[in-house]
Structure formats: structure tokens, C-alpha cells
Design a protein around this ligand. Structure first.
Ligand SMILES: [Zn+2]
Ligand SMILES: [Zn+2]
Length: 353
């Protein structure tokens, strides 16, 4: 993610801030520009952007709940580009649900930022019921349990995933090294873009060569996975045990990692942080290469050459603080090829935009 500086006072702010921590100007995010900008109030509801023309903006209607700081142009939709994708939100009469919704929205807004940066199509179901995207954020009922998942553009998230204790218990039960709300979004949106970028396209053969044939029974594959566990040696070809369950899950898991890597590399780039193993530095006579925006290179290897040292350093930083590894994964060569395939598709989509 970018590094946001208040254009009024120059102080850095987090993506989620609604007010500059230094000059206290209200801040709003303009999705079109991917910028968090200071605002000048015109009345209780409308604002102009500091230093820009007289266009009037207001906050997204979800700002009142403290879950969104994005702006909409006055007179346009009540909801911002990220929030208008919501079909169902939690029952806000329960305070715990409002808290969970905040966690969910924080992750979802970061996801939408990435999709914008990747120049992938983001079309709501209200505009395109067949191929559009929408979100249901649901709580378990007394009778019915909610399954996090994707179905023809509808992404459902069980809001219990926003509860740290519950999520950690599930993570341990499922024997996963990593489980976050943002990770869920990145996985489920992977299923959505499989439909957009692979299904019924001439990329399908290439996909099947790398990930396997998705026409095998999904139901049987998942049942086998939960009964028997992953095949021996799965970690040579899959990024996670779950990825080995079915070629669709392999795609979604690998896709999520591609987004983890891009976003984290962009954050490092935004802060001028670029790490290299000493041997690499020696081989270029101690000269650090120029900083690389991870959305630029066509060659996937360029990204991996940055990611290896950066993720190793981050894991060590976390260990210094007594935290678990930031990136508790090793990427085997088979997964590199899959990631490279995803990169190629996304790069082409971006360049043809
Ligand atoms: Zn400021
Ligand atoms: Zn919003």
C-alpha cells in the first residue's frame, strides 16, 4: 500500500484515518486518485478537498458507523465504491457485531484498494447481476451456520472471523500457519477473478497444466481433503495444505499469496525500503539497485528477488518482538510457477487497461 501524507501539513497518516493526527484536518479517501486527502468543511455534510477545485464531496454513508473514510461526490451515490458492493451487513443493534463489521470493512477497503491498483474490473451486482461482485457479511444463526465462501460473484464472510479469539481457535483447529480477515478476502476474490480471467478463456489449458483439472468433483475433493488430509509431500507443489484439496482452491490460495506479496512489496517501496541478501549486493559491487514499484515489472522474478530478502527480514523483525513470523511460508518452485502465471495474467490485464 501507498504511504499517505497529509497534503496540508505533510504528516504521514494511516489509510484508515479520518482525521490528520497532526493538523487535525478531516481526511477522506478518493478512490479515483487512490489518495487520502485533507478536507475543508462547507457545511455539516459537504467538503472541498484542500488545495483542489470547488468540487463538493461527502463521506460515504457508512462513515457514520466509523467503518469507512472514503468520499463520494456530492449528489452521487450514498455509498463509496467499496461500500456499494455490500449486499448484507451485520445487525448493528448488537455492539459486538458493529465491532466485527469494522474489522471486516478495514480488510475489505484494503482489498478494493489493491484491486484498483491492479486495474482489475470492479463491478457491483447492482449494475451487472450476472458477472458483478457483492458481499454478504453474516453471523451464525441458532440453526444455521454461515460458510465463508464465493458463489457466482457473491462473497460471503462469516463475521465470527473478525473475532480474534474465535479466529485463532479455528486457525489452530485447522492447523493453519496463517489466518486473517484480509487473507479471507484475498482468497475469495481469487475465486471471483478465476471466473473473470480463466473460465471460458483460452487460458484454461495453461491453468489446468499448472493447477490441475477443475472439472473433477469439487464436493468429493473437499470431502476427501477433510477426511484424509493433504497428500504426502504436498508442500512441494502447494502453498498451503488446503490448496491441495481442489484446483479451484489451489488457484484461490495462490492468488491470495500473490496479493499478499504485491501489497507488502508496495508498502516497502512506499517507505523506500528495499532489501537484498549480501551475496546479491556483492555481485553488483555493493551498489543497491533502484527501488522498484511492484506493479511495474513484467518479469515475475524481479518481484521474487525483492520478496525473498524482505519477507526474511520481516520474519526476523517479528521474532525480535516476540511475534510469530509475518510470512510463515516457504514458496517451493512449483508454486513459483503458479504465481508467475497469475502475475502474467494480471500484468497483461493491467497493461491492456
Ligand atoms: Zn495534516
Ligand atoms: Zn464506504
Amino acid at each position: 500500500m501507498k504511504h499517505f501524507k497529509c497534503t496540508h501539513c505533510g504528516e504521514p497518516n494511516y489509510f484508515e484515518n479520518s482525521r490528520c493526527t497532526h493538523c487535525e484536518y478531516p481526511l477522506g479517501f478518493v478512490a479515483r486518485e487512490l489518495e487520502l486527502l485533507p478536507l475543508i468543511a462547507q457545511d455539516a455534510e459537504t467538503f472541498q478537498i484542500y488545495g483542489q477545485d470547488e468540487t463538493l464531496y461527502r463521506y460515504c454513508a457508512n462513515h457514520q458507523y466509523g467503518v469507512c473514510n472514503w468520499l463520494v461526490e456530492d449528489g452521487h451515490s450514498r455509498y463509496c465504491e467499496a461500500c456499494k458492493l455490500n449486499r448484507t451487513i451485520p445487525n448493528l443493534s448488537k455492539p459486538a457485531y458493529l465491532q466485527r463489521w469494522k474489522v471486516i470493512e478495514t480488510a475489505k477497503h484494503r482489498l478494493i484498494y489493491s484491486l484498483r491498483r491492479m486495474k482489475l474490473p470492479i463491478i457491483g451486482k447492482s449494475l451487472d447481476p450476472e458477472r458483478g461482485l457483492s458481499f454478504d457479511f453474516l453471523a451464525d444463526g441458532t440453526q444455521k451456520r454461515v460458510r465463508t465462501g464465493h458463489m457466482r460473484g457473491l462473497i460471503t464472510i462469516n463475521i465470527v472471523e473478525a473475532d480474534d479469539i474465535e479466529r485463532e481457535m479455528t486457525r489452530q483447529k485447522m492447523d493453519e500457519p496463517y489466518r486473517t480477515v484480509l487473507g479471507h478476502f484475498r482468497h475469495e476474490i481469487g475465486h471471483y477473478y478465476w471466473d473473470r480471467l480463466i473460465r471460458n478463456t483460452d487460458r484454461i489449458d495453461n491453468y489446468r497444466e499448472l493447477f490441475g483439472d477443475e472439472r473433477q468433483s469439487y464436493k468429493d475433493a473437499l470431502r476427501n481433503h477433510y477426511q484424509q488430509g493433504p497428500p504426502a509431500g504436498w508442500n512441494l507443489n502447494y502453498i498451503s495444505a488446503y490448496a491441495s484439496a481442489h484446483p479451484w482452491e489451489d488457484w484461490a490460495e495462490t492468488w491470495a499469496h500473490y496479493l499478499h506479496i504485491l501489497d507488502t512489496l508496495e508498502t516497502a517501496y512506499a517507505f523506500g525500503l528495499s532489501l537484498q541478501f549480501q551475496s546479491v549486493i556483492d555481485s553488483v559491487n555493493g551498489v543497491q539497485e533502484e527501488k522498484i514499484d511492484p506493479y511495474d515489472p513484467e518479469n515475475f522474478k524481479t518481484l521474487m528477488d525483492l520478496w525473498g530478502p524482505l519477507s526474511f527480514a520481516m520474519n526476523n523483525l517479528n521474532r525480535s518482538m516476540g511475534h510469530p513470523d509475518l510470512y510463515p511460508f516457504v514458496i517451493p518452485p512449483g508454486v513459483m510457477e503458479k504465481l508467475s502465471f497469475i502475475h502474467r495474467i494480471c500484468y497483461q490485464a493491467r497493461k491492456s487497461y
